[in-house]
Write a protein that binds this ligand. Structure first.
Ligand code: IVH
Length: 676
């Protein structure tokens, strides 16, 4: 039996190490160890905590993702209101703000801190006795929503702070979704047939206000802290500049692009620099915030209404332009969604020529009252696809036309449907050529079968030439067929054939994802592959079984069932199988050792071995020792005081054995008996 005080000591050591590496990775953006090494530390900590649940503390790095969905957010009263900021849109307005403050302070001089105005969601984080206890949204400024569980999943929010911190205090900051994370999130949503988020701010707000923290945890949210809300007892710095340093020392993430400016001219320089460079930033900003540096001056100046006199937001000019909406086109997506887009008279916006813009769905077009022929305002933000902010109705001539979604698919002519509760219209014809091509393009894409060399263009050329009717045809392409395409040389054909061949080995989750089932993104595909050892098992499943899997709801379940009911999908699967694509989880062929191909998980404590000894024995006999109970696990070894794994094993029907049975199995295996 391991010495209990040693276990506790190791747990504490691991937490300190993990917190340190978290801080290096998420706050400083400067990791010192590889992801694999980090995962190993987490795994060890998780294992020790599972064996000794009494040592679990709320600030342990394992406790970031709450298991249970939040029923509804409670209300948090802000001890000090969270106010908004007055805006300046020109240097004159900025100057006027400065003059007012200068006069109110009786002509005393002061310096400024300039910061970027991060476009996200304001939150207040309360720490009590060293621990993060409450996280709240701004709400109406006086009452916010309690989103503690969701904020705990953001790795750059420390769950605990050093002893030197005040016993009770609150910091404020902006939760945001980096542009790259936003782009990926929308791509994933599109693949699942879900409507995209309009911009990173909406996506961040939607993620923080998710009722299920497990979903929040999957969104790459981040935070910048920009103020101390209040603090009890401890003296805190006297200037905002020093305050930012102080907050950094407590482990908070502060935006590095802040500047101390002595004059209003320096403020104007800071503004000009960032007007020019805002697109380089990995997150969205809509201006800068200027704060009067001495905190006693801030207190003297106080507030007018909901806005402080000591700070102001100086907004960036919107990256907008006006042009004419010539027409509205329709693009038919992989899942049959009819995606309207704006066809514009070309216009330069922020140095980029825009010809097309997103117009999410019919409802959105009508809500914004955009009509064909209108002069419209086009705007772009960072990486986001340009969109139409609205129409200039005063310029209407009366000839503009109200848009109506076609009742027939523009590509195949099938009758369009609009499923109840969905924003998108759909073409229900699975054989629609537009969908077929999009499905092939999805199949070959990076997260799916990743067939290098067969991108969107080549798939389209093959499709148009009639060489591909569906994705499975890829595996039957001949050298001559490829050579018959324009600009195809011997060498590139060999490369393409090789990469098609290599893709036959992709693991099951990729294949499930590649099939392009509506609402099945990469994560759901992984989840399904954990539960079903093969495509056949998935095809035969029932609604009940699907619904028993956490995070699979009726929408996903029905989509899977409907996919496997369609003859042409079964035909594709048949062709994939015949071509030798792996349609099941790899089962290792039994090699020389008796436990080869078998995977064990241990729960609770064993009398005759430490966990490590037991795992070493399993491995020595060719078996694998895992830490999570999934469908792949063959045996759960149950010791004293088993953890939640036992319940999980019962749910999945995993075979459980006690310590005596385990010893018997090892003895027989050592004697050479093979287990299957
Ligand atoms: S200071 C009392 N600093 O802008 C003033 N706000 O329009 C407190 N924001 O609700 C705000 N970046 O959510 C401050 N560097 C920054 C900011 C920032 C973004 C947001 C914040 C606030 C809103 C005001």
């Amino acid at each position: 039996m391991p010495d209990i005080s040693k276990v506790k000591q190791r747990i504490e050591e691991l937490r300190a190490l993990i917190n340190y590496h978290n801080y290096r990775y998420y706050v400083l953006d400067s990791p010192e160890i590889s992801d694999a090494e980090y995962d190993e530390l987490m795994r060890e900590l998780r294992r020790l905590e599972e064996e000794h649940p009494k040592f679990i503390t709320p600030d342990s790095p394992t406790q970031r993702v709450g298991a249970a969905p939040v029923e509804a957010f409670g209300v948090v009263e802000h001890p000090q209101p969270l106010l908004s900021l007055a805006n300046a849109f020109s240097s004159e307005e900025l100057e006027a703000w400065y003059r007012r403050a200068y006069n109110l302070l009786g002509g005393r001089n002061f310096d400024f801190v300039c910061e970027l105005k991060i476009d996200g969601l304001a939150v207040a984080l309360t720490y009590e006795n060293g621990l993060f206890t409450t996280g709240a949204t701004r709400g109406d400024g006086y009452h916010g929503e309690n989103v503690t569980q969701n904020l705990r999943t953001i790795r750059s929010i420390p769950l605990s702070v050093p002893k030197e911190a005040p016993p009770r205090f609150e910091v404020r900051g902006e939760v945001y979704l980096p542009k790259a994370g936003f782009k990926k999130l929308n791509e994933d949503r599109a693949k699942e047939g879900l409507p995209p988020f309009a911009n990173p701010r909406n996506a961040a707000a939607g993620s923080v206000r998710q009722l299920d923290p497990r979903i929040t945890a999957k969104r790459p949210l981040d935070i910048y802290i920009y103020a101390l809300g209040w603090a009890e007892v401890k003296a805190t710095p006297n200037t905002h500049w020093e305050m930012m340093d102080y907050l950094k020392c407590l482990g908070f993430k502060v935006n590095p692009n802040i500047a101390l400016c002595r004059t209003l001219n320096e403020v104007a320089d800071y503004y000009q620099t960032w007007v020019g460079r805002r697109e380089e930033l990995p997150f969205d900003t809509d201006g800068i915030v200027i704060k009067i540096n001495p905190i006693p001056f801030q207190q003297e100046l106080g507030f007018v209404g909901h806005e402080p006199r000591w700070a102001i937001a100086y907004k960036f000019p919107a990256i907008q332009g006006t042009t004419r909406l010539i027409d509205i086109g329709i693009n038919v997506g992989r899942t049959g969604s009819l995606n309207p887009f704006a066809i514009l008279e070309p216009v330069k916006v922020g140095g980029v020529t825009i010809r097309q813009a997103a117009l999410h769905n019919e409802e959105d077009i009508h809500r914004k009252d955009i009509r064909i022929g209108d002069m419209v305002i086009v705007q772009r933000a960072g990486e986001v696809i340009p969109e139409i902010a609205g129409a200039i109705t005063s310029l209407r001539t009366g000839k503009e036309k109200v848009f109506k979604m076609p009742s027939q698919c523009p590509v195949c002519g099938a009758e369009v449907i609009k499923p109840p509760g969905e924003a998108m219209h759909r073409c229900p014809n699975a054989a629609c050529p537009a969908q077929a091509l999009e499905r092939i393009q999805h199949f070959v894409s990076r997260g799916a079968m990743d067939i290098e060399g067969v991108g969107e263009k080549l798939s389209e050329a093959l499709f148009t030439a009639g060489l591909l009717k569906d994705a499975a045809d890829l595996y039957y392409l001949t050298r001559d067929q490829l050579l018959s395409l324009e600009r195809m040389a011997d060498k590139s054909v060999s490369n393409i054939l090789n990469s098609i061949e290599r893709s036959k080995d992709r693991p099951l989750p990729r294949v499930i994802f590649a099939l392009g089932i509506l609402h099945i993104g990469e994560e759901t595909a992984e989840l399904l592959a954990e539960h079903f050892p093969s495509i056949d098992a998935l095809a035969k499943t029932s609604r009940e079984e699907l619904l028993s899997i956490p995070s699979i709801g009726p929408k996903i379940a029905d989509s899977i069932l409907s996919f496997f009911r369609q003859e042409q999908n079964l035909h594709i699967i048949k062709k994939l199988r015949q071509a030798g694509i792996k349609l099941s989880t790899e089962v290792k062929k039994p090699a020389g050792l008796p436990l080869t191909g078998l995977e064990f998980v241990i729960t609770g404590s064993l009398e005759n071995f430490t966990r490590q000894e037991a795992e070493t024995k399993i491995k020595a006999l060719g078996g694998k020792a895992g830490s999570d109970v999934t469908r792949k696990i063959n045996y759960l070894v149950v010791g004293a005081d088993p953890g939640s794994k036992l319940a999980r094993a019962r749910e999945l029907g995993t075979k459980t054995i006690d310590e005596a049975e385990f010893i018997k199995l090892l003895t027989e295996a050592e004697a050479g008996r093979r287990f299957q």
